[in-house]
Design a protein around this ligand. Structure first.
Ligand SMILES: [Zn+2]
Length: 479
């Protein structure tokens, strides 16, 4: 009896030990989430990043002995394009960002990753892979486009449609890296529109991923399968933080694109796109997610943990849907026209966050197919066109003066604008291009008033809703 119990206990002990061995890998894993603030590169939390923003960072990294920084080419306008390499292993991983000049988020993430790698505290983790892997980072492949905040390069060419023609110096640089490094894995890092939704979750796709196709049949060979598996593995590191905020891109093959060309050449390529998140115009949530994904990718490739995942898991990531997420939706607004022509409608309002920042009515009607960064239920309110306040003598617009005018039905200012001194913290609309619709109309400036029959309760000024009773602006002109 005693012997039997002892034997049983021993068996349990061995089983527990075996389980512990299988779940905790012997190789050090990143703790990327811990103290991200220590590694987050300063100076890059902005809507657009230009070469002048990263050149001091690159100069500082040149002092770092474990990194090799090389100039591998010039942009069309002659800006040096540099790579930063670390490790001396046989397996090469190529990571590039900002081949579209106006898509900068991952450039920040790349420097965060490098800061993590070179930190003294990561010596054990680093030692686990530096003899097996060589990482080559290329932040900002398109400095000329970054300078002008354009997708295309200085020739007006989309570098990501130049993989076959190779008429851009930047595209040639990337292709040369492909042929000289022969990477086994590549990370192709972009930004996507804030309007992408993560499937039908109602959330923006803060991160979108794709294992690009290598032919029109969208076949899956071992190269592409490895990219899918790697994506599933690295997604796990952000899932808790971004549940239902991850989308999968359509895998239509584009033979002019680099990701597809890389896959065709035998590189397991992972496309990651940074997207929108509420109250995050500079996409710092996506930046941190990409930082974690790239670090997790290093671990996954090092330990080959990606091989345990399946194509089905990859395909269970919801496809993202463009134009699904709007900036502002005002629901159930009553429009009083003539006696028998009253109606209730939703208004979809676009802020053009990264462009003119002029909020306009984008669509009128049932908006129930969409979600938005900001939603306002106007079921108790009527639409009222605002009057123009004509300036002909000096006026100092304090909060109280402004609120009095808004409550009197004025929504915007015209006339001798030099005589207007704006001293209010609330948004003010001066000389709007198009407000004079009797009914709400498409393309109209999103500047109007909401009444409840007893008085004006809300002013919508350039898409920002001001509650005239509480004195609060309910939403910013952003995400
Ligand atoms: Zn892009």
């Amino acid at each position: 009896m005693n012997h039997l119990i002892k034997h049983l206990l021993l068996t349990i002990k061995v089983l527990v030990m075996m389980t512990a061995l299988t779940v905790s890998p012997l190789i050090a894993k990143t703790k990327a989430d811990v103290r991200y603030g220590k590694y987050k590169q300063s100076g890059l939390d902005k809507p657009f990043i230009k070469h002048q923003d990263i050149s001091p960072v690159l100069s500082a990294l040149e002092q770092q002995p474990m990194l090799t920084i090389q100039t591998i080419g010039q942009s069309f306008n002659g800006t040096n394009i540099k790579t930063i390499s670390v490790g001396k292993g046989k397996t090469h991983i190529l990571i590039w960002s900002q081949m579209h000049g106006d898509e900068p988020t991952a450039t920040g993430a790349i420097f965060d990753v490098i800061n993590y790698i070179i930190d003294d505290e990561q010596v054990d983790w680093r030692a686990s892979w530096t003899n097996k892997l060589t990482l080559t980072f290329m932040p900002m492949l398109n400095p000329d486009g970054a300078d002008k905040t354009t997708r295309v390069n200085a020739q007006g060419i989309d570098i990501n449609r130049d993989a076959r023609a190779l008429q851009t110096p930047e595209g040639k640089v990337l292709m040369e890296l492909l042929t000289t490094l022969k990477p086994q894995f590549a990370f192709n890092l972009h930004d996507q529109s804030r309007t992408y939704g993560a499937g039908n979750t109602g959330n923006p796709a803060t991160v979108s991923i794709l294992a690009p196709s290598y032919n029109y049949q969208r076949d899956i060979n071992p190269i592409r399968l490895n990219a899918m598996q790697l994506i599933v593995d690295i997604n796990e590191t952000i899932e808790g933080q971004l549940t239902d905020h991850i989308g999968r891109y359509d895998d239509g093959y584009s033979h002019r694109a680099f990701g597809d060309t890389f896959t065709k050449t035998g590189v397991s390529t992972v496309l990651i796109e940074a997207g929108g998140y509420p109250s995050d115009d500079n996409r710092q949530v996506a930046r941190k997610a990409i930082y974690k994904m790239v670090l997790a990718g290093i671990d996954s490739i090092n330990t080959q943990s990606y091989t345990t995942f399946t194509q089905a898991q990859y395909e269970s990531i919801p496809l993202n849907i463009e134009h699904k997420i709007k900036d502002l939706i005002i629901n159930n607004l009553t429009i009083n026209h003539h006696k028998n022509k009253n109606y209730q409608t939703d208004l979809i309002i676009n802020f053009d966050v990264y462009g003119s920042q002029k909020a306009k009515i984008q669509a009128i009607g049932d908006a129930s197919d969409f979600s938005a960064y900001h939603v306002f239920d106007a079921k108790d309110f009527n639409y009222q066109t605002g009057k123009s306040f004509s300036i002909n003598k000096k006026l100092t617009l304090t909060d109280s003066v402004y609120f009095r005018l808004l409550k009197q039905g004025y929504s915007h200012f015209v006339g001798d604008i030099d005589k207007l001194k704006v001293s209010t913290r609330f948004p003010v609309m001066i000389n709007p291009s198009k407000t004079a619709c009797v009914l709400p109309c498409n393309g109209q400036t999103a500047t109007f008033l909401l009444t409840d029959g007893r008085g004006i309760k809300f002013a919508v000024i350039n898409g920002q809703i001001i509650d005239l009773r509480t004195g609060k602006t309910l939403n910013p002109l952003g995400t």
